[in-house]
Ligand binder design. Structure first.
Ligand code: RP5
Length: 161
């Protein structure tokens, strides 16, 4: 497994599956697991502290509300941690975003957008990080971007079906 996708609750999965789908697109091996900073703090410590020796290169951590998971995960490992703010019912993910993005200097979390786009881009960014030492993967990412560009350029009229 190259990427670990963790989330605070099973209820985060409909969002976090977009990270998994992106990794599938590039044939990158990953694992998915519910690891809660609040409900299973020891599991979080064990997961993050063992990730490097298990071969994980990047961790994607999604959580909602008082979203401590990405920051606490980053505190337990020097692997890159990408944080996904899950859209919460009460505050629409602004709480999640602010909880994840405002890391104090010295422990880094790369924060993505709220919700599905953020999860998909976390998968993409994880792929890009892995591609810095994998030329074949870099080619796949270049092709993905080229296809996206061509898709836009070949349909310039927004009113067409
Ligand atoms: C967080 O609390 C989770 O990441 C989730 O987004 C939120 C709500 O969790 P559930 O009450 O749905 O389990 O820890």
């Amino acid at each position: 497994m190259k990427v670990g996708i963790i989330m605070g609750s099973k209820s985060d999965w409909p969002t976090m599956l977009h990270a998994a789908t992106m990794l599938d697109q590039f044939n990158i091996a990953y694992e998915t697991k519910v690891v809660s900073a609040h409900r299973t703090p020891q599991l979080l410590a064990d997961y993050a502290q063992s990730a490097n020796e298990r071969g994980i290169k990047v961790i994607i951590a999604g959580a909602g509300g008082a979203a401590h998971l990405p920051g606490m995960c980053a505190a337990f490992t020097s692997l890159p941690v990408l944080g996904v703010p899950v859209k919460s019912r009460a505050l629409k993910g602004m709480d999640s975003l602010l909880s994840i993005v405002q890391m104090p200097k010295g422990v880094a979390v790369g924060t993505l957008a709220i919700g599905d786009s953020g999860a998909a881009n976390a998968g993409l960014l994880a792929a890009q990080i892995l591609a810095t030492s994998d030329p074949e993967l870099m080619k796949k990412i270049d092709a993905f971007r080229q296809e996206q560009t061509e898709q836009v350029l070949s349909h310039p009229d927004p009113s067409e079906e």
